[in-house]
Design a protein around this ligand. Structure first.
Ligand code: FAD
Length: 250
């Protein structure tokens, strides 16, 4: 339950407020307003000018409180990222939920997190200092690491080729298996598999694309849960990875 509400006008003021115990950043509030036995204060980020999508050079800088829908509508967003955002949440949630909030609350079924991890998204986290974390490093430790801190922006590369493929019970459902493949002009290739677990799985980060099918199959070798067996996910992940590669190479 939210017991206190603050709306700071500066980042410094926000960070000072967040240093108090039981105080959390408020993005779109779609997760934080769920009924809870916990009592906590919230620091609303909407006055901090963190709501811009800005292209500079070969990168896209996304403010922490950019909504999923704004990123979906940005002319700079890669098509595969837009597809993943559409699957992430329905329109009403997308217009409120923020990019930072979505990554803090995501699990391994999140299409948005799968694509952002394939792009090797870099998150700027502020407290007294500003530190940049790769999404892959941050995700497993996000809940401990972010105490008293704030994600202020997220950066993704724009020069990569990107593809995203998915299998689900219905076209709008969260995927049972999904794969995202990003390839840099240098040949660097990252493959991420999602659809189960606490975080998406980085299956490959190499200098070239050979071996993506085997990497996908191996990454899902123990991915059993109530939605699918590991054998099924392994087989499907390999097929989706092959499709992703064909799209990138076409
Ligand atoms: C009906 C309904 C269905 C939902 N279904 C799903 C679902 O299927 N899967 C799912 O993952 N979520 C689901 N959610 C939760 C929620 O919609 C998403 O996780 C959403 O993207 C969270 O974004 P937000 O900006 O609203 O975050 P908030 O609710 O504002 O915050 C969520 C968490 O992120 C932290 N946070 C927010 N911004 C920052 C920041 N800049 N820096 C550091 N920490 C930050 C908050 O402190 C909080 O701990 C659902 C919500 C609703 C209402």
């Amino acid at each position: 339950m939210i017991t206190e509400y603050h709306r700071p006008q500066t980042l410094e003021e926000a960070l000072k407020l967040l240093s108090a115990p039981n105080t959390r950043p408020l993005g779109g509030g779609t997760g934080l307003t769920h009924p809870s036995d916990e009592s906590f204060a919230v620091v609303d980020l909407q006055a901090l000018s963190l709501d811009r999508v800005h292209k500079f050079g070969k990168h896209l800088e996304i403010g922490a409180i950019v909504t999923l829908q704004s990123l979906l509508e940005s002319a700079h967003s890669p098509t595969a990222l837009k597809t993943a955002i559409e699957l992430e949440a329905p329109l009403n949630l997308r217009t409120m939920g923020t990019v930072a909030g979505a990554l803090v609350t995501c699990d391994g079924r999140s299409p948005f997190a799968v694509v952002m991890l394939a792009l090797d998204a870099q998150l700027t986290v502020d407290d007294e200092q500003s530190i940049v974390y790769g999404l892959g490093d941050l995700l497993p430790i996000r809940h401990e690491l972010l105490k008293g801190k704030l994600i202020t922006k997220i950066e993704i590369p724009l020069q990569t080729k990107l593809s995203f493929e998915t299998v689900a019970r219905s076209p709008a459902d969260k995927p049972i298996v999904c794969t995202a493949l990003a390839q840099w002009p240098s040949g660097r290739t990252r493959l991420v598999i999602g659809g189960w677990g606490k975080v998406p799985t980085l299956a490959m980060d190499g200098n070239e694309a050979s071996g993506v099918e085997a990497a996908a199959r191996n990454a899902a070798h123990d991915a059993a849960d109530q939605w699918a067996s590991a054998e099924y996910r392994s087989a499907v992940a390999a097929v989706l990875a092959k499709r992703c590669l064909a799209i990138i190479e076409s």
